[in-house]
Design a protein around this ligand. Structure first.
Ligand code: DP6
Length: 358
């Protein structure tokens, strides 16, 4: 699939100033993206649940100026946030060829997250996706003929250039990113809604995020991806991810939760095993991450409850379970897992349908 379809040569309407707002959720990968090439292309296909409660809301105000350099300011919770500027500057540079109007406007980007900034929940997926959608909203005002499909695909395509996983935050509840032979429409350039049958249990799957460590990550995902380039297990890993996604296809269809649990937990532990086997090696799990994992295994063994865990690139634990287990699992989390969280904090969330215009 070629990128030139996202390059626009001219617009039919002119814009002078205005405001657009979008809300975009975070997502949690079941098969993980870890390793990339070229301009933000994944080494393997991944699939994630789009979340609901963990989201970023972004208001983009724009005013026409004389074309020149990029001109933007970023505000987090109403306060100017210069710390985000280098990442956004890089984002502008990457997407300028696809949004030729970027240098013609002065932008103000006002953003708020529904989750605390220090929660250790990455805001890059929700943040980059919300911003990409705001730009697409501007583009649609200038070119009203674009289709909904083009709007969604290009929003995801642009979001990917900000942060790979962000391309899976535009739609929901299950989104695939990366070319996979078993999944029609899947491609490396943008996320696509999982195209096959999904058992009702997976439409509102629950994710309770246990906040084990709220500090800044010691190693960024971007660096972690780079360490896959010469990683001794890279090839095996990419094959494993491909096989795990193939295995999930019948599982999503028939709701086989035992099989689901095995695949999802293996993915989480493989991700962290890759980190531990990198050069340089590093560990993002904390002692309490392991305490929680062991407690989950014990509880599952004793009660047969269908909960499992996954991890992203940090110490927090995502507890995943079907809605029919909600009461049992939340009781267990409050009674036995919250003590392993910083200030006993956790966030309850569930699979959702993607981004929304505000
Ligand atoms: C472990 O999307 O944050 O969460 O593309 O460099 O911005 P960049 O990386 P990022 O990596 C996410 C890694 C992960 C797995 C996943 O979400 O698939």
């Amino acid at each position: 699939m070629a990128t030139h379809r996202f390059i626009v040569s001219n617009y039919s309407n002119a814009l002078t100033s205005g405001t657009v707002s979008w809300r975009s959720p975070s997502n949690i990968a079941l098969v993980k993206y870890w390793g990339k090439y070229g301009e933000q292309m994944p080494m393997n296909a991944s699939v994630s649940f789009t979340l609901s409660n963990c989201h970023t809301q972004t208001k983009l105000s724009f005013e026409k100026k004389v074309s020149g350099e990029f001109d933007f300011e970023v505000f987090l919770d109403g306060k100017k946030e210069m710390g985000f500027e280098p990442k956004i500057q890089k984002f502008f540079e990457r997407i300028a060829v696809y949004l030729p109007f970027l240098k013609d406007f002065k932008f103000s980007i006002e953003t708020t997250n529904s989750f605390p900034h220090s929660s250790g929940i990455a805001s890059s997926a929700s943040g980059m996706s919300a911003l990409a959608l705001c730009f697409m909203d501007m583009e649609r005002q200038m070119q009203p003929a674009i289709t909904d499909a083009y709007f969604t695909e290009k929003a995801s395509f642009l979001a990917r250039l900000g942060s790979g996983s962000a391309c899976r935050s535009v739609e929901g509840p299950l989104v695939v990113w990366g070319e996979h032979p078993d999944i029609s429409g899947s491609n490396n350039l943008f996320g696509t809604k999982y195209p096959f049958g999904v058992h009702p249990d997976f439409e509102d799957y629950q994710d309770t995020i246990l906040l084990v460590d709220k500090g800044e990550k010691q190693v960024s995902s971007t660096l972690g991806h780079e360490l896959m380039i010469d990683h001794p297990f890279a090839e095996q890993r990419f094959r494993q991810a491909k096989d795990n996604l193939s295995k999930l296809v019948p599982v999503f269809q028939n709701g086989d939760l035992s099989a689901f649990i095995k695949i999802v937990e293996q993915e989480a532990l493989s991700l962290h095993a890759l980190m531990m086997a990198s050069t340089p090696y590093f560990i993002l799990m904390k002692p309490n991450t392991l305490e929680i994992i062991n407690k989950i295994w014990k509880f599952r063994e004793e009660t047969g409850a269908r909960l499992c865990f996954t991890l992203d690139a940090g110490a927090n634990v995502h507890v995943l379970y079907p809605k029919f287990e909600k009461e049992t699992v939340l009781k267990f989390i409050k009674g036995e897992l919250a003590i392993f969280c910083k200030n006993s904090e956790f966030i309850t969330d569930e699979a959702g349908l993607g981004a929304k215009k505000i």
